[in-house]
Design a protein around this ligand. Structure first.
Ligand code: MN
Length: 233
């Protein structure tokens, strides 16, 4: 298969949403993939059709996940959720995992992966952080280091145990879900990358490679590895 199709949940219709969505689309199209945006209406149909059509799924950034989903009540610091996206993305990710589709989970996407597998989130990290983990202005450049497990998929992909990343999150993975291993951490102790034990192909990162890839050959590797896995599947 020359051109794999990759499903991405629709982030929203506002100018801001379309700008943020376009970054993922460009990176995937640049590596030769076709993108299918998945709307939040007719969820059952969207899930069954996209599982047939898509060779892989990218779960993008976005608003905070409703804390009730991981059995917590919302703290005042928790952001405004998007219940429609939660309603689509939770069962879609569950179904994609069962079908063993190649996955790329970014920011909210990584947090979603953790929650789907029974993990929890820290609803706001501002009081604990020692690095600027939410720096929208510097989203195209690196703002903090990430320490990678040398024997992980990411450690091998980057050929290094330390990389520099941008950061656009105010929440973080707390208790990890079933079958997940932490393979990247910030120096102040927050989870920046997860891997699913024994799963064919899943990249899960807390940073935003889609905003860095235009200038960073290192970050482009993530999209290339994902699209290659989709092509092989
Ligand atoms: Mn960070």
């Amino acid at each position: 298969m020359l051109q794999p199709t990759i499903g991405i949940p629709l982030m929203g219709q506002s100018l801001f949403h379309r700008y943020m969505q376009q970054k993922y689309i460009r990176c995937l199209e640049h590596t030769g993939a076709e993108v299918l945006l998945l709307p939040t209406d007719n969820i059952t149909e969207v899930i069954s059709q996209s599982l047939q059509r898509c060779h892989g799924f990218l779960f993008p950034g976005g608003p905070d996940i409703q804390p009730g989903i991981y059995d917590q009540t919302a703290l005042p610091e928790c952001g405004e959720p998007d219940p429609a996206r939660d309603a689509l993305e939770l069962p879609l990710l569950q179904a994609a995992l069962e079908a063993e589709k190649p996955l790329f989970c970014i920011c909210r996407g990584m947090q979603l992966l953790n929650v789907v597998l029974g993990g929890t989130l820290i609803q706001d990290i501002k009081a604990e952080q020692e690095y600027p983990h939410f720096d929208f202005w510097h989203r195209t450049t690196a703002t903090h280091p990430v320490l990678l497990e040398p024997n992980s998929h990411l450690g091998r992909l980057f050929g290094s145990d330390i990389i520099s990343v941008n950061s656009l999150h105010h929440q973080a993975v707390d208790l990890t879900g079933k079958g997940l291993t932490v393979t990247g951490q910030s120096p102040d102790g927050f989870v920046e990358a997860l891997e699913v034990d024994g799963y064919p192909f899943c990249l899960a990162v807390q940073w935003h490679p889609e905003h860095m890839a235009a200038r960073s050959a290192e970050q482009q590797k993530l999209f290339r590895a994902f699209v290659d896995a989709c092509r092989a599947g």
